[in-house]
Design a protein around this ligand. Structure first.
Ligand SMILES: [Zn+2]
Ligand SMILES: [Zn+2]
Ligand SMILES: [Zn+2]
Length: 145
C-alpha cells in the first residue's frame, strides 16, 4: 500500500471525511513528506491546484489531521509550526531533526539511536518513555565547508 492508501484507511477508521479540499491538502503533505511545511506553505502549494481554498480551511484541516493522529508537529521555536505525515504514531518513536543554523535546512535522522538511553531512563526513573522530540542545531554539510 502506498502512503495515500494507508492514510485514507486510517482517516476512514476515524470517521474523517475527505472533501476535495482536504484531499488536496493531504496530497501536498504526501508529496512533500520530508519538507516539514508550515500551514502557510501548505496553503501556497494547495492554492496552485485549488485556488478557491482559504487559509482558514488549511488551519482547520491541519488541526483535524492532528486530532486523528496522522501528522506530527515540529516546533522550531521560530513562531511557526511545521507538519509532517506520521502514520504509525503509536508504535514508533519520533525521528530526530537536524536544523542548520545558517540555511535553516531540516535534515531527518531516521534511526532512533536512543535505545540505550531510553533503557537507562526507564530503569533509573521508572519512567515509561512513549516518545521524544529531539532537535540538534548546527551547520549542515554545505554550510560547514
Ligand atoms: Zn526512541
Ligand atoms: Zn546549512
Ligand atoms: Zn521530520
Amino acid at each position: 500500500m502506498n502512503t495515500m492508501e494507508l492514510l485514507k484507511d486510517k482517516l476512514k477508521e476515524t470517521g474523517f471525511k475527505i472533501t476535495p479540499q482536504r484531499r488536496a491538502i493531504v496530497e501536498i503533505l504526501i508529496k512533500n513528506t520530508d519538507k516539514h511545511l508550515s500551514s502557510e506553505e501548505i496553503y501556497d502549494l494547495v492554492r496552485v491546484d485549488c485556488p478557491e481554498i482559504g487559509l482558514a480551511t488549511v488551519y482547520r484541516t491541519m488541526q483535524l489531521l492532528d486530532d486523528v493522529g496522522v501528522i506530527s508537529k515540529l516546533n522550531l521555536d521560530d513562531g511557526c509550526i511545521r507538519y509532517e505525515i506520521c502514520l504509525d504514531k503509536e508504535d514508533s518513536h519520533n525521528h530526530h531533526h537536524l536544523i542548520c543554523k545558517n540555511c535553516s535546512k531540516i535534515i531527518e535522522v531516521k534511526e532512533d539511536l536512543l535505545d540505550s538511553i531510553e533503557r537507562q531512563i526507564q530503569e533509573t526513573y521508572k519512567f515509561e518513555i512513549m516518545d521524544h522530540d529531539l532537535k540538534f542545531y548546527g551547520l549542515c554539510e554545505d554550510c560547514s565547508k
